[in-house]
Design a protein around this ligand. Structure first.
Ligand code: AMP
Length: 422
């Protein structure tokens, strides 16, 4: 199954100046990269361009949002009476130099990092380059035009950026749901194609989950709130045979069914939505699977005393923080004959060891589901899969939490729509 957009394999890159959007928005603290998954994910496309004789590869990415992030951290520091040095905060959290060095190490090739993402210096660097020189532009979000709501402002930046390339490759799936200058506007002016990471994300999420999932298709949706996942759940109900709902949000569904949930997380303003969703599932003949027991505690703490109780017996002063052993068995059974599994969101407070078992068991079950396509839709479930040490056993782990959710919700991603059709 192939995607409907052109990829780098559909164009000739030999001798060409390539402008490529990557998603190097990695967690970084005081200049130290905490997780390089997204950098590594862009390597196949970069390597392909090098192997196929690109003249130069100009990479662009954002790294956080300097203005927004520093405002937030300044307020935080002020509240706790600490000093805040904005310039050094930005240097340590928003400059791409450490990413350039890391990329250089991975590629075993020099990577030139520029001081800005526009300017004469870059034009000269590009013009003087040959044999696949790699130039990494400074954080695109230092320019307010990158994310501007005004199309004309985005155009202004895009028109500068396109000077550095004859073709445009977008490999930044994680930001494809944003219509920004470097993710969407530039695609109007150059031949625009998907990189290998973008291709893989679309192949799994769009083709194998949204368009034509192999059946039985089982989705697991967990996490804290119904309100943040309801659109995804509603869309999934149109496609799945079974849906497993776990984590904090399960308690809103359980309460809407008249169960006593003690002090468990509940969004009272979503009770009607939960009830309607349960009815919709019934109408569509989709099995809606909720936990039948829970690990309860009276506080969010690894030191808390816990009890395993049936779902009808949650003490009024305790809250459900993980699924219990009966639910683990129930969920495993629901997954056992699946040919497609999509997972987003933990089924318990997995950050705390004491309440992580259910989520880790789900990760291990997916790892053992050899007959199924297993797709992890970004966010906390990615951390859970990594924590369980089974990342390499999944068919696909999305690098874009927000983008993958929007795709499953059936939205058009502007960064994808802007690419050339096959
Ligand atoms: P989300 O970002 O919506 O996927 O939610 C993830 C968060 O949900 C994690 O931080 C979990 O700790 C939290 N969570 C999962 N299960 C529960 C629960 N039973 N009670 C409270 N929070 C939970």
């Amino acid at each position: 199954m192939s995607i409907s957009k052109k990829t780098i394999k559909d164009i000739d890159v030999s001798g060409k100046r390539v402008l490529m959007r990557v998603d190097f928005n990695v967690p970084i603290k005081n200049g130290v990269i905490q997780d390089d998954t997204r950098i590594k994910a862009a390597l196949p496309s970069i390597q392909y361009l090098l192997d196929n004789g690109a003249k130069s590869i100009v990479l662009m990415s954002h790294l956080g949002d300097p203005k927004k992030d520093s405002k937030k951290n300044k307020e935080k520091a002020e509240k706790s009476g600490k000093e805040f040095d904005e310039a050094s905060y930005i240097d340590g959290h928003h400059r791409l130099a450490p990413i350039g060095s890391h990329l250089s190490g991975l590629l075993k090739k020099p990577v030139e990092v520029t001081k800005s993402c526009i300017g004469e210096e870059i034009a000269q660097l590009v013009n003087n380059s040959s044999n696949g020189a790699i130039i990494l532009l400074e954080n695109t979000r230092f320019h307010k035009e990158e994310t501007s709501k005004e199309a004309s402002e985005r155009e202004t930046l895009a028109k500068e950026l396109i000077k550095y390339g004859e073709v445009y490759v977008n490999d930044a799936f994680g930001t494809a749901h944003r219509a920004h200058a470097s993710t969407e506007t530039v695609a109007k002016y150059l031949p625009a194609v998907a990189g290998f990471l973008m291709e893989k994300e679309l192949e799994f999420l769009e083709e194998k989950i949204v368009k034509s999932p192999a059946k039985p298709f089982v989705a697991i949706v967990g996490g804290a709130k119904v309100s943040s996942k309801i659109t995804v759940i509603e869309k999934l109900l149109e496609k799945v045979d079974r849906i497993i709902i776990g984590g904090g949000m399960a308690f809103t569904f359980l309460k809407s069914m008249g169960k006593e949930i003690g002090g468990s997380l509940c969004e009272d303003d979503q009770l009607d939505v939960a009830k309607t969703t349960l009815e919709k599932a019934k109408e569509k003949n989709v099995e809606f699977i909720l936990q039948t027991d829970a690990i309860v505690a009276s506080e969010f703490s690894n030191d808390a005393e816990t009890k395993t109780v049936d779902i009808d017996s949650i003490p009024s002063n305790m809250m459900g923080l993980d699924i219990g052993p009966k639910s683990i068995e129930l969920f495993k059974k629901a997954l056992s004959d699946a040919k497609t599994i999509f997972w987003n969101g933990p089924v318990g407070v997995f950050e705390l060891e004491k309440f992580s078992r259910g989520t880790i068991e789900i990760a291990n079950t997916l790892a053992g589901a050899s007959g199924a396509i297993t797709v992890i839709g970004g966010g906390d479930s990615v951390s859970a899969v990594n924590k369980a040490g089974v990342a390499d056993k999944m068919s696909h782990i999305s690098t874009g939490g927000g983008a993958s959710m929007e795709l499953v919700e059936g939205k058009v991603l502007p960064g994808v729509a802007a690419l050339n059709d096959k």
